[in-house]
Design a protein around this ligand. Structure first.
Ligand code: HAX
Length: 428
């Protein structure tokens, strides 16, 4: 008996397929833009070459999930976000209960997984552990088994959804198990009566209602960021080869592990703590200005500031800031984060090359985690990964449902560019 989510998708997918076919038939040969050499050499920044229906990132409004700005979704649970990302609708109470039940039924962790994780050297980075864990779970893939049995194409999405539900159901216990292993403490059993995020918080072993609220907010805010960021793009590329969800999500998380992407939250907290240690507390704005200028002169970035797409303060930063104002107002780290906000944008604006001088989500999240005693910085990106897996999974299911083909853009050589692209008139 399929769950409510499966039935909803069954009903919705034919419409998506029709729309895609119509686009191909009626507008397939139309152009939507041109590409410049600077984009080819510059990480394809701004080049429109991907479709993503789960969310979009507006330079002036930030993350918009299925048409709703993230600021309006801050009170939603991660499960609600998953349903919204996937179907475009907000789940009612009964629908949400059904989804939670679907996840609970799949939450059991096979014993071999703990053996794999326990066999890793103690100093393995928690992000590497998370990626290894997902690859170890790949043997559970229903998609791969059904594919080998000759499953028809129009059913790909169903077993992909099943893999994604399995993966998401297990993710809190896997990630919490990694944390406990990392800090050398025994695992804490799941409490299935709790919501996804609250169970995760208690399995981490950090008690208290406020921390559970922070986890809920954290896992909601980080769930998706359209299709072109490193983790989404990577996951999409790997998934486009019909690699199953375990391969595709693990690949996406490997991208998230980079310091310019998800690892920035770890870097950002290091940075705030360095400031605290350097000044023996919260510095004055003048002290901070000179500290930051010195850092920039040494060619280092200011972590937590800037973005490839955003051109305003990240609304996810604002949502965390509201939480901090309410619960951690007198915390030293929070004061430093606030003081940075007062000073960094004006300094970055003086660097002509910086496109976005405003804080992104990573400028603040770490200081809140630290406040509640989650002080292992190298674990922070795992939290990000648990949340981002929601969006990666939703995008993968949708791509399977509409049958996106294997990714294969054409590359050109540097000498091809030198030979074939005319020198601009104003240069010659
Ligand atoms: N501090 C110092 N210099 C910065 C900067 C910052 N915060 N942000 C951008 N710049 C520099 C870039 O390094 C680049 O310099 P070079 O040309 O010398 O390489 C120049 O300004 C132009 O960069 P940009 O066009 O403004 O930004 P990009 O799209 O190239 O990069 C980044 C976006 C997020 C990678 C960048 O702003 C950065 O490194 N920020 C600090 C790290 C960070 O906070 N990352 C997290 C981003 C959010 C995220 O993905 N989370 O997962």
């Amino acid at each position: 008996m399929p769950g409510i989510l499966q039935a909803k998708l069954q009903e919705t997918i034919p419409g998506w397929r029709r729309q895609r076919l119509e686009l191909l038939q009626t507008r397939g040969e139309e152009r939507i833009g041109e590409i410049k050499v600077s984009q080819v050499l510059g990480g394809l920044r701004g080049a429109q070459g991907l479709v993503c229906d789960t969310s979009e990132v507006s330079p002036t409004q930030g993350l918009i999930v299925r048409g709703i700005p993230i600021g309006e979704l801050a009170s939603k649970s991660p499960e609600e976000m998953f349903y919204l990302l996937l179907t475009g609708e907000l789940a009612s109470g009964a629908v949400l209960n059904d989804l939670r039940q679907e996840l609970r039924q799949r939450a059991l962790i096979p014993d071999y997984l703990w053996k794999v994780l326990e066999a890793l050297p103690r100093d393995t980075h928690p992000m590497a552990m998370l990626s290894v864990a997902l690859l170890a779970l790949e043997r559970e893939s229903v998609f791969r088994r059904h594919y080998e049995d000759g499953m028809p194409k129009d059913q790909y999405w169903e077993s992909t959804l099943e893999d994604c539900l399995q993966l998401l159901a297990k993710l809190p216990a896997v990630a919490a198990g990694i944390y406990r292993l990392h800090i050398g403490r025994p695992r804490i059993a799941s409490r299935p009566e709790l919501e996804w995020s609250a169970d995760f918080a208690q399995m981490l072993g950090i008690g208290g209602e406020e921390f559970a609220k922070l986890m809920r907010l954290y896992l909601t805010l980080h769930c998706d960021h359209e299709g072109g960021n490193v983790s989404a793009f990577t996951s999409h590329t790997v998934g486009s080869a019909l690699s199953d969800a375990y391969y595709a999500i693990s690949a996406g998380l490997n991208g998230l592990a980079g310091p310019l992407h998800g690892l920035a939250n770890q870097e950002s907290l290091h940075f705030v703590l360095d400031i605290q240690n350097h000044f023996g507390g919260a510095p004055s704005e003048a002290q901070l200005r000179s500290y930051l200028k010195d850092r920039l002169q040494h060619g280092q970035v200011i972590p937590g500031y800037g973005h490839a797409v955003l051109r305003v303060t990240d609304p996810r930063y604002t949502a965390f800031h509201k939480f901090g104002e309410r619960y951690c107002r007198n915390e030293m780290m929070f004061s430093i984060v606030d003081r940075l906000f007062a000073v960094v944008p004006e300094i970055l604006k003086q660097q002509a090359k910086v496109q976005d001088p405003w804080p992104n989500v990573d400028a603040i999240s770490g200081s809140l985690l630290y406040h509640y005693g989650l002080k292992e910085f190298d674990y922070y990106t795992v939290l990000f990964g648990v949340s981002r897996a929601l969006g990666l999974c939703a995008q993968l299911v949708i791509n399977r449902a509409v049958g996106t083909p294997i990714m294969r853009p054409k590359s050109v050589s540097t000498s091809w560019l030198m030979e074939h692209v005319p020198v601009a008139a104003h240069v010659s």
